[in-house]
Design a protein around this ligand. Structure first.
Ligand SMILES: [Zn+2]
Ligand SMILES: [Zn+2]
Length: 266
């Protein structure tokens, strides 16, 4: 099996990952990947927004770490990206980030369903008790749709992240998914098969088979990401992810270089 590129990996600059980009690159070579991409958590306009991302003044340091991995592993194709938090109103800041370096791509992720609640935070689990699960999913998918419509992202990250701790609505979510996927298709966004979900309470790849089937039907392309926060997580469970994609009917994933899209089979 030819493994697809791993387009979602972090660095210690985000303050909750271990290992340098060179260590991730070495691991990628060991497991036979031909291409990877770094997408650490982007800085926010305000450095005190939260404590799980790099600061603005570390952006050059980040790029240099990735460039060093590119120099040390010329046999491996290494892309430069960011996982950017999408919050409504942050578009100008994201455009500013985009202009600062020659990025290959941005993953647009929604973690925040309000300015002070990241749905995937294990430290904010109590917030779920005061909110209706379907209402949270609705807000999340509205923001995801806005992220796709912004045109700022090549990839949308972990599409059904609110399932992380097992909070799943009983209502039919197809209308939420459909609206988001229509926007993704219209603006050329891929969705990622993110294997980190297998390492969480939900024990399932992001997104679900249901979303993936709908995405295929609408012609939305895919990428793969381990969401590695340590070198040993690079490419983790990619065999399962490829099997899932194939079983739904996908045959290729998106390759990204300087914001240009091509396809690679798997
Ligand atoms: Zn992270
Ligand atoms: Zn994320």
């Amino acid at each position: 099996m030819v493994l697809p590129p791993d387009y979602h990996m972090h660095t210690p600059l985000c303050r909750h990952a271990t290992g340098e980009p060179v260590d991730y690159a070495r691991r990628a070579m060991e497991i036979g990947l031909a291409e990877i991409g770094f997408t650490d958590h982007s800085p926010m306009a305000r450095d005190d927004f939260d404590d799980w991302r790099m600061r603005s003044d570390q952006l050059d340091d980040y790029v240099e770490k990735v460039r060093r991995a590119q120099r040390e592993f010329p046999q491996l194709t290494i892309r430069l990206g960011l996982e950017v938090d999408y919050l409504p109103g942050h578009e100008d800041w994201i455009r500013d980030l985009a202009a600062r370096q020659s990025w290959d791509y941005f993953i647009g992720s929604v973690h925040y369903v309000s300015d002070d609640w990241a749905v995937d935070s294990p430290f904010q689990l109590a917030k779920w008790k005061n909110r209706d699960t379907f209402e949270v999913w609705s807000v999340y998918f509205d923001r995801l749709t806005m992220a796709a419509q912004s045109g700022l992202f090549e990839i949308i990250g972990h599409t059904d992240l609110p399932k992380k701790f097992g909070h799943r609505p009983t209502q039919d979510c197809q209308p939420l998914y459909g609206k988001f996927l229509d926007a993704a298709k219209q603006h050329g966004c891929a969705i990622e098969l993110n294997t980190a979900g297998l390492r969480r309470d939900c024990q399932e790849i992001y997104p679900s088979r249901e979303i993936l089937q709908l995405a295929l039907a609408k012609g939305v392309p895919i990428t793969f990401g381990s969401d590695a926060h340590a070198p040993e997580e690079v490419g983790l469970n990619f065999t399962e992810a490829v099997e899932l994609a194939r079983s739904v009917g996908y045959q290729d994933s998106l390759r990204l270089s300087s914001h240009q899209r091509t396809k690679v089979g798997f």
